[in-house]
Design a protein around this ligand. Structure first.
Ligand code: OOG
Ligand code: NI
Length: 454
């Protein structure tokens, strides 16, 4: 088959994201409510904020907004992770970034599979935060061996999914009909199973080691544990959640509200306690499991290394102010006070090299190629010949992610692991290097600057 007969990876990713969204709506109806709520808020914001509406239009952000989601899964073995990498590659999703969550007491390390270039991001930015369990952090030797043996036995991909991955790798793509079969087969890996594969006692022992370990080891596959729509106003969305009686998390993770949003702000509703059937005893036993939840997020400017260092420093300052982490009642105020130290207008953010921007000529700029050629970018902007729009942060934040993990595992446990980041072990399990997110944003900015002169 020739390349032109393949369905594009962007189109496959869109089909998959839509199928996941339909499945999760059916599995967790509250997610559907959240999607509807966010769509309403976004429509209101776009109605009232003409500047933001036209910025999104210019920046290829409007078209993708209604379908924009991220999801999260957790896997148990290197083989599972590396096969996921191949599965996501069929949809144009690459591993970006490395996140060590052991420092926050969660025994995993993670990456995000997502599209990387401007056109693919504009088409559909679907991302999946993917965590690998670090079995070596289970202290009890017998329990660790038992968990490893259980994981070694399971098969999380259907035979057809594996065959279609191989076919796509071999041929360089999939036809429309094969892509549809691929999406249906891939979906099976992420489906919820209400029947555990381990006895109730084993489940409890795993849970004692860490609730997350029980979540990964006790089931047939890595059920999608949340799908997150992107809101343009998370404060309004959070208020609307509470108004409708959803059990929203008290604190919004990430930076405080700002005139120029940066990075990522997130909030979630608590995970549901769901009935689970355990296979032991006469006819099995009834129990429950808490893992799946809902989350919303607002995305803003991607920061440079310099900007990110400032963000990390200010966040640490706010969290350590009274040793309460992000739990104290006055955390929001503390955060606001500390972040006064982070410039909040785009001209200063650009001048200080804190964020990445996408530059484009205006109509006036296009009409005056001679003038454009000679002027530096900031002068072009000052004279109305070019615009600079924030490049949107497409990734995640480890401190926020740890907060989301913690608040959704149920139970109030807080523990710390002595282990630290082990990126090379993660990449070995993955079977590939992860992309450097800063290099990707730099490339987007450089490409846009080059196009001013083209
Ligand atoms: C992933 C939690 C991280 C986020 O948005 O930061 C995450 C998980 O609970 O598996 O999704
Ligand atoms: Ni999330």
């Amino acid at each position: 088959m020739s390349t032109s007969e393949f369905l594009s990876t962007d189109a496959i990713r869109r089909l998959f994201a839509q199928a996941m969204s339909r499945m999760y709506r059916a599995e967790v109806p509250l997610y559907g409510d959240l999607v509807d709520l966010v769509a309403q808020i976004n429509a209101q914001v776009l109605d009232t904020d003409a500047e933001l509406a036209s910025q999104l239009q210019r920046n290829d952000g409007r078209g993708r907004l209604d379908e924009e989601r991220h999801g999260a899964i957790r896997v148990g073995t290197a083989e599972e992770l590396s096969t996921l990498r191949r599965l996501f590659a069929v949809m144009g999703m690459q591993p970006v970034g490395y996140y060590d969550l052991s420092v926050a007491g969660v025994p995993v390390h993670s990456t995000a599979f997502r599209p990387t270039d401007a056109a693919a991001l504009a088409a559909n930015p679907f991302r999946v935060f993917t965590s690998l369990l670090r079995l070596e952090l289970i202290e009890d030797d017998a329990l660790r061996a038992q968990a490893a043996a259980i994981l070694a036995r399971r098969r999380i991909f259907t035979d057809d999914a594996l065959a279609l991955i191989e076919q796509a790798e071999h041929d360089g793509g999939l036809s429309a009909a094969d892509a549809e079969r691929f999406v249906a087969q891939a979906l099976e890996t992420f489906r919820w199973h209400g029947d555990a594969t381990v006895a109730l006692d084993t489940y409890h022992a795993l849970q004692e080691a860490h609730r997350l370990i029980a979540d990964v080891v006790s089931f047939r596959g890595p059920h999608i544990n949340h799908l997150t729509p992107r809101t343009l106003d998370i404060d309004a969305a959070q208020a609307a959640m509470i108004e409708r009686g959803m059990a929203a998390k008290a604190v919004i993770e990430g930076p405080p509200p700002r005139a120029c949003p940066i990075l990522l702000r997130q909030t979630s509703f608590k995970a549901l306690e769901e009935p689970v059937h355990f296979p032991d005893g006469e006819g099995g036993r009834a129990g429950s499991h808490t893992a799946r939840f809902g989350e919303i997020e607002q995305r803003g400017l991607a920061l440079t290394h310099k900007g990110r260092a400032l963000y990390d420093q200010l966040l640490t300052q706010a969290r350590e102010a009274d040793a309460a982490g992000s739990t104290g009642a006055d955390y929001g105020q503390r955060l606001q006070a500390v972040f006064v130290g982070f410039p909040d207008d785009h001209a200063t953010l650009r001048a200080e090299g804190l964020g990445f921007y996408r530059y484009q000529l205006t109509d006036a700029g296009r009409a005056a190629p001679g003038r454009v050629a000679d002027l530096p970018a900031e002068r072009l902007i000052a004279e109305g010949l070019a615009t600079a729009d924030p490049i949107i942060y497409e990734d995640f934040l480890p401190v926020s992610a740890a907060g989301i993990f913690q608040s959704n595992l149920g139970g109030g446990e807080q523990r710390a692991y002595a282990a630290h980041a082990n990126r090379s072990a993660f990449e070995e399990a993955l079977g590939a290097r992860v992309h450097d997110e800063f290099a990707l944003y730099q490339q987007l900015q450089d490409d846009s600057l080059a196009s001013l002169r083209a």
